[in-house]
Design a protein around this ligand. Structure first.
Ligand code: SF4
Ligand code: SF4
Length: 467
């Protein structure tokens, strides 16, 4: 498969392969929102004692997906706004139960039709791992997809590595693929693998040799080539809302197996803490609601840090009103926030600095890693038409042209510029020497196009729950 653009980014602060289990906290503060969800319908009341895995709230706008209680505990609704706090918590003791090697293949006939399985996946919190590869939205659990993309790669610099999640869970992964196939009729599963050889990649290939339903797509270790959004655009550029392409990652396949082989809900997650201002970048095992004050305590080396919920390219600055790990969080990136720009920084040869356009001497040391901070590329300036953004864009749109059309408010021209193809990888923003937030502008342009140019009544989401 031929890819365009992309950038082999090497940033300091990559999480090590160490996977550490966090100590059990005294209480959990579970946010009632996450990146895609708003759990507006409470299913519990003040003082109620809830069980591990019990539904405590639902998102009525997203097929009623549930928010699960990660521990047994007593509900407190007034501790923090928009959170459910669990006090007097206890683990039901299912961890560190590791069933991985008990069973190698799916026990057929156990759950009957695919619909029952999908329902179970939804009720056990696994449906949240699915997304529409083109739009990123939650797909309808009861609709038939056009295909499924499973990626073993997340090439964002500080994201959880598939290898860390797969180690000691290969049986679970291949069994999860079998379960996934049993949800489909005949649609293929596209498995995205790295081009390089590694023991784990080799073992996965060996195990799925007889799986006619799996098609392997190999990609270079270049950001964002492992992204399902990019693969979906390559497989078929047109989004079909009736048969969307589902996407999920290694954690999602492991969660499917956990649910459909062992009837266990998705309450434990692997997250990362990384970035140049993280004092000990690594992988962590945690539950939703884990107090952020404890989780980030001692983890930040900068005096003036910025903590990003998610990756450095498409995460969001951590909301100060968030007190616990949200249900979709995959990790935190910590950057230094310098108080002022470097004095006469532009006069220096940049021995320790790199850039996409190789403007600094540091670009000669190709093997070293770069240190990214929030003033990367200095102050915001007008576009200098360098076309860096065009060269990195993996979907071949012209971010600088969109920026200029938006500047003169020519929304009709933006409509024909391919903004719907943008997959939010953020590379254009990263390489822009004028520090223009191109990704943010394109996201905003898509929103305006939907609201201002769409004929009335078109595109209303049919988001009703299937029950
Ligand atoms: S325009 Fe979109 S897809 Fe292209 S580089 Fe920017 S964020 Fe990525
Ligand atoms: S990278 Fe920035 S400065 Fe260069 S063309 Fe694109 S928008 Fe303009």
């Amino acid at each position: 498969m031929q890819f365009y653009g992309g950038y082999d980014i090497r940033l300091a602060g990559k999480p090590s392969a160490v996977l550490q289990e966090l100590p059990e906290p005294e209480s959990l503060h579970i946010p009632l929102w996450s990146r895609r969800f708003s759990f507006s319908k409470l299913e519990v009341s003040e003082g109620e004692r809830v069980e591990q895995g019990q539904v405590i709230a639902r998102d009525t706008q997203n097929f009623s997906v549930p928010l699960l209680s990660p521990r047994r505990g007593t509900v407190c609704l007034n501790k923090y706004e928009n959170h459910i706090t669990l006090e007097d918590i206890e683990s039901a003791g299912e961890e560190p139960f590791d069933p991985d090697n008990l069973q190698t293949h799916v026990s057929h006939g156990r759950w009957g039709v695919g619909g029952m399985k999908r329902f179970q996946l939804k009720e056990q919190g696994i449906w949240e791992f699915f997304s529409d590869a083109h739009t990123g939205a939650l797909p309808d659990p009861m609709a038939q997809p056009g295909g499924v993309i499973v990626t073993t790669l997340n090439l964002e610099p500080f994201a959880a590595r598939g290898k860390v999640q797969l180690e000691r869970r290969l049986n679970s992964f291949t069994r999860g693929l079998e379960h996934l196939q049993s949800l489909l009729e005949y649609q293929p599963i596209y498995l995205i693998m790295p081009e390089i050889d590694s023991d784990i990649a080799e073992e996965i290939r060996r195990r799925i040799q007889g799986y006619a339903f799996v098609r392997i797509i190999t990609v270079k270790l270049t950001y964002p080539y492992g992204s399902p959004a990019l693969i979906a655009r390559k497989l078929g550029p047109v989004h079909n809302p009736k048969h969307p392409v589902w996407a999920l990652d290694v954690a999602g396949v492991l969660a499917i197996d956990r649910s459909l082989t062992h009837s266990l809900p998705a309450t434990i997650k692997i997250i990362t803490i990384g970035g140049p201002a993280a004092s000990n970048p690594r992988h962590l095992m945690a539950v939703a609601g884990y107090p952020l004050a404890s989780l980030l305590d001692g983890e930040i080396s900068a005096e003036n840090p910025r903590v990003i919920n998610g990756g450095v390219f498409n995460g969001e600055t951590l909301n100060s009103g968030q007190h616990g790990l949200d249900s979709e969080c995959r990790g935190f990136t910590v950057l230094e926030e310098p108080k002022e720009a470097a004095f006469l920084g532009w006069m220096r040869p940049g021995l320790k600095k790199k850039s996409f356009s190789h403007a600094f001497l540091g670009s000669l040391t190709a093997s070293s890693t770069d240190k990214v901070e929030t003033t990367l590329n200095g102050e915001k300036r007008p576009c200098i038409s360098c076309q860096n953004c065009e060269r990195v864009c993996p979907v071949q749109i012209l971010p600088y042209q969109i920026h200029k059309d938006l500047y003169r408010d020519a929304l009709e021209e933006v409509e024909h510029s391919g903004t719907e193809l943008c997959m939010d990888c953020g590379l254009c923003t990263y390489v822009c020497p004028s520090k223009i937030d191109l990704r943010g502008e394109i996201t905003e342009a898509r929103r305006r196009l939907r609201e201002e140019l769409r004929p009335e009544g078109e595109g209303t989401e049919n988001n009703s729950a299937e029950e």
